[in-house]
Design a protein around this ligand. Structure first.
Ligand SMILES: Cc1ncc(COP(=O)(O)O)c(C=O)c1O
Length: 393
């Protein structure tokens, strides 16, 4: 059947992944014992690739809020906010997000992926231009594609390349949207946001920053890299997700522009999908409160990030360009990386495997993400496991 023949490519990918042992994409964590420990194949395993940055998935207050919401409002909303109405909790969460960022407008989507599709398709159409960082997340690429806009990629974090693009656009630079992330999720490097904001203002463009991985981690209040760099009030649209530091699911956009409230009327990824469940909204809202009132969570994640980064670097591994809660270790070729990943898992450490074409630069990586909930001993154990199992296996 010709329609099904195209899966031959997927079958080849699966076969290649299976040659190194387990297929990393099919791992089942049989039991989740805590934010940082699971049981995989009968073995207690340190979870070092979860994006559970603040460790809030087992926070008692977040769990209690979710349970109360199920009891009071049921298990699901069974429809979209446009068709079936918003629950008061959706509106309250939007108000909390606006207050958190100190911006007048905020909007909640059902996932971070939907937030990016929803914003890009609302902001851009066939006659518009997007300048997109080459290492941007798939959801940003997909949103651009779905919008129909003309997309020019510029070299990752290269401000001169971005300026060249703006120059080439001439007068129409004023109508273009620049799309970047705060902290990039694979290599753990930050965007030069202050320079990018300066450029966007000089050329009169608009800027959208995805703070999915930096929310709760960067900035005095945990608003992200734009806050840390002192330019949050100059960003047009801040997007992000609830699925990482807030330990739930969902996405958001916050903005100084009143037009954000009109996105609700035109954004298909907002209109044509069910709204977040009461439990999800309640735990997200509580997690945001925890993030705001417990700066010690940020202190803990940064101590752990430094310990892991320095530990792996001192052990001779090639890590990303700066200390961050995402620590990516470059591992030669794809096959070697799959084997390396398998040996880490067999030794009780779960990380993320990134191989081309999913990696940004044709290299393979084992990506770790650090949690405030990791103990110093767990981080030591991750480093020791990497160090003791180096070399081809
Ligand atoms: C930069 C970035 N944006 C958006 C998303 C999508 O978020 P979600 O998984 O919550 O839909 C991700 C997810 O990994 C991401 O890394």
């Amino acid at each position: 059947m010709p329609l099904l023949d195209k899966f031959a490519g997927a079958a080849a990918i699966r076969a290649a992944l299976e040659t190194g042992g387990r297929d990393p994409t099919q791992v089942v964590i049989d039991e989740i014992l805590s934010p940082t420990v699971g049981r995989v194949g009968g073995r207690e395993t340190i979870l070092a690739g979860t994006n559970n940055y603040l460790g809030l998935t087992f926070d008692r207050d977040c769990q209690a809020a979710a349970k109360r919401a199920i009891d009071a409002q049921g298990t699901g909303t069974t429809g979209s906010r446009m068709a079936n109405g918003s629950y008061a909790a959706h509106a309250a969460l939007e108000a909390e997000i606006a207050d958190f960022f100190g911006l007048p407008h905020a909007m909640v989507f059902s996932t971070g992926y939907a937030a990016n599709l929803g914003m890009l398709t609302a902001l851009c159409g066939k006659t518009d231009t997007v300048l997109l960082d080459a290492d941007a997340h798939a959801s940003l690429y997909d949103g651009c594609q779905m919008s129909g806009a003309t997309v020019f990629r510029f070299r990752h974090n290269d401000v001169a390349a971005l300026e060249k693009r703006l120059q080439r656009l001439g007068e129409s630079a004023r109508d273009c949207l620049i799309v970047v992330e705060g902290l990039y999720s694979v290599l753990g490097d930050c965007a030069p946001l202050a320079e990018i904001v300066e450029l966007k203002e000089r050329y009169g463009a608009t800027l959208l920053v995805d703070e999915a991985h930096s929310l709760g981690v960067y900035g005095d209040n945990g608003c992200g890299v734009a806050e840390r760099d002192g330019i949050l009030d100059r960003v047009d649209f801040v997007v992000g997700t609830f699925s990482k530091s807030l330990g739930a699911m969902g996405g958001f956009c916050a903005s100084p522009h009143p037009e954000l409230d009109l996105v609700r009327y035109v954004s298909r990824p907002f209109i044509f999908t069910a709204s977040s469940s009461p439990a999800t909204v309640a735990s997200t809202h509580e997690a945001l409160r925890q993030l705001r009132k417990r700066p010690e969570l940020r202190e803990a994640i940064w101590a752990n990030a430094r310990q892991l980064y320095d530990g792996l670097k001192d052990a001779g591994f090639e890590v990303g360009p700066e200390v961050s809660p995402v620590v990516a270790v470059r591992i030669g070729e794809k096959d070697e990386a799959v084997r390396f990943w398998n040996r880490r898992l067999e030794s009780g450490v779960y990380t993320n495997l990134l191989v081309p074409p999913a990696s940004p630069d044709r290299h393979s990586y084992l990506r770790c993400s650090v949690s405030a909930a990791h103990s110093a001993e767990q981080i030591r154990s991750v480093v020791d496991t990497f160090a003791s199992l180096r070399g081809p296996g």
